[in-house]
Design a protein around this ligand. Structure first.
Ligand code: AMP
Length: 178
C-alpha cells in the first residue's frame, strides 16, 4: 500500500512558529501549512500510523480540536472508527469526564459513555504534546471505558515540557520533537 512520502524533517520545516499566540510567551506551533500540503499531510498520517495496518486498531481517539484532523484521517486509513475527546459541555449524549490541571486552574475533557467497547484497541492522537495534561486526561477516559491504548501519537512534542512523564506506561510516538 502507500509508502511514507514525507520525512519528519520536511514536516518540521513546514510547521510555522507564531510567537506570543494566543498569549505573550507562548510560541504557537501552527500546523496549517502541513495540512495545506497534500504530500506533507499524507506523510504525517503515514508516520503517525506507521506501526499499524487495517484490522489492528478498532478506534482512533482524537483530541479537541486539531487532534481531530489527524485522528480522523488516521482512522480512515486504518479502517478504524473515530472517537472525539471534547472539552466539557460540547458532546450531546451522556459523557464520562476527566479533570486535569492547567498552569492556572483546571480543565475538563469528556467522551461519550458508549464511545468505546471494553477491550477495544485504541490509537490516541493529538497534534501536539506539551505538558501532557490533556493527553493524560484523554488516556484516562479511554481506560475508564476499559479500552486499551496501543499507542499515543503526536505530530509535535515539546520535549522540554516533559509531557512524556504523564503518559508513562503507554507506548508513544512523536514525529517532530522540539
Ligand atoms: P498540554 O495539555 O499542555 O500537553 O497541551 C496540549 C494541547 O494544547 C494540545 O491539544 C495542543 O493542541 C495545545 N498546545 C499546547 N501548546 C501548544 C503550542 N505551543 N502550539 C500549539 N498548540 C499547543
Amino acid at each position: 500500500m502507500s509508502q511514507t512520502i514525507a520525512t519528519p524533517r520536511e514536516i518540521e520545516q513546514a510547521i510555522r512558529n507564531v510567537p506570543d499566540f494566543p498569549k505573550p510567551g507562548i510560541q504557537f506551533k501552527d500546523i496549517t501549512p502541513v495540512l495545506a500540503d497534500p504530500r506533507l499531510f499524507a506523510g504525517a498520517i503515514d508516520l503517525l500510523t506507521e506501526k499499524f495496518k487495517p484490522g489492528m486498531v478498532d478506534a482512533v481517539v482524537g483530541i479537541d480540536a486539531r487532534g481531530f484532523i489527524f485522528a480522523a484521517a488516521a482512522a480512515v486509513k486504518l479502517r478504524a472508527g473515530f472517537v472525539p475527546v471534547r472539552k466539557k459541555g460540547k458532546l450531546p449524549y451522556q459523557t464520562i469526564e476527566q479533570d486535569y490541571a492547567l498552569e492556572y486552574g483546571s480543565a475538563t475533557v469528556a467522551m461519550h459513555m458508549d464511545a468505546l467497547q471494553p477491550g477495544a484497541r485504541v490509537l490516541l492522537i493529538d497534534d501536539l504534546l506539551a505538558t501532557g495534561g490533556t493527553a493524560a486526561a484523554a488516556a484516562a477516559l479511554v481506560k475508564k471505558l476499559g479500552a486499551n491504548i496501543l499507542e499515543a501519537g503526536f505530530l509535535i512534542e515539546l520535549k522540554f515540557l516533559n509531557g512524556r512523564e504523564k503518559l508513562k506506561g503507554f507506548p508513544m510516538r512523536s514525529i517532530v520533537v522540539y
